[in-house]
Design a binder for this molecule. Structure first.
Ligand code: 13P
Length: 249
């Protein structure tokens, strides 16, 4: 049985006070939920939010990190520094980083490999643009992002890997993939993971695959009812406490 996850990606939004308020407001809900609940605050807010979440079920993750121990790498964050705050979860490959910051799938593969080998849990984001979908390339894009992004990851490391399918055209647009479209992509991703190495079908069966892209309290139930959708990676609706609590309901 795959445990469901509701994860909030706060992106470059929220003041420190707002981030702390939402985190505090989630604590009770987390402790009584059968779901895993995660938040990904701005790097500057990690320490405060992590201290609110300490000794609770709320999982605090970083939106980004660099694949190295302490070193000369201006502007980046090492997993060693995250560990000091008790942070063991990191997002990789978000489409905003791919689109606007030039992150490639090969670069993401290096990150995923390093983070998993160093005991972090990774949420790896994949998804096609609208132009790619219109040209009928959704599955070839996903095949490429899974094949290259997860290249060389050994079976023992998959227990700390979560996939997020986030069609780029659905992010922040209010245009959500239908449950049927999302389920089709999730089933395809699971099948692709099952092809990665001999025996990968078991790994594929157990991996949690989240949907992201305009998830709201009024559409989450239908999405999560699909057999291959194991939760949501939510932007906008995770950035207001009442909406986040609405998702959990
Ligand atoms: P929205 O929920 O705002 O569409 O954002 C989705 C997302 O990018 C989560 O990582």
């Amino acid at each position: 049985m795959r445990k469901k996850i509701i994860a909030g990606n706060w992106k470059m939004n929220l003041s420190l006070a707002e981030a702390k308020d939402i985190a505090k407001g989630l604590l009770t809900a987390c402790d009584s939920s059968s779901y895993e609940i995660m938040v990904f605050p701005s790097a500057l807010h990690l320490e405060s939010v992590a201290s609110i979440a300490r000794d609770s079920q709320l999982i605090v993750g970083a939106q980004n990190a660099y694949q190295s121990g302490l070193t000369a790498m201006t502007g980046e964050i090492s997993p060693v520094q995250l560990a000091e705050l008790g942070i063991k979860t990191v997002l990789v490959g978000h489409s905003e980083r791919r689109q606007f910051l030039g992150e490639t799938t090969e670069f993401d593969n290096a990150k995923i490999s390093y983070f998993l080998k160093h005991g972090l849990r990774v949420v790896y984001c994949v998804g096609e643009t609208w132009a790619e979908r219109e040209k009928g390339n959704t599955f070839s894009v996903l095949e490429d992002q899974i094949g290259k992004g997860l290249k060389g990851i050994t079976s023992d490391l998959f227990k700390n890997l979560v996939i997020a399918y986030e069609p780029v055209w659905a992010i922040g647009t209010g245009k959500v993939a239908t449950p049927v479209e999302a389920e089709e992509a999730h089933a395809f991703i699971r099948k692709e993971i099952g092809k990665l190495f001999v025996g990968a079908d078991l790994v594929a069966e157990n991996i949690q695959i989240l949907y992201g892209g305009s998830v709201k309290p009024d559409n989450i139930k239908e999405l999560l009812a699909k057999p291959n959708i194991d939760g949501g990676l939510v932007g906008g609706a995770s950035q207001k406490l009442d909406l986040f609590l609405g998702l959990l309901k």
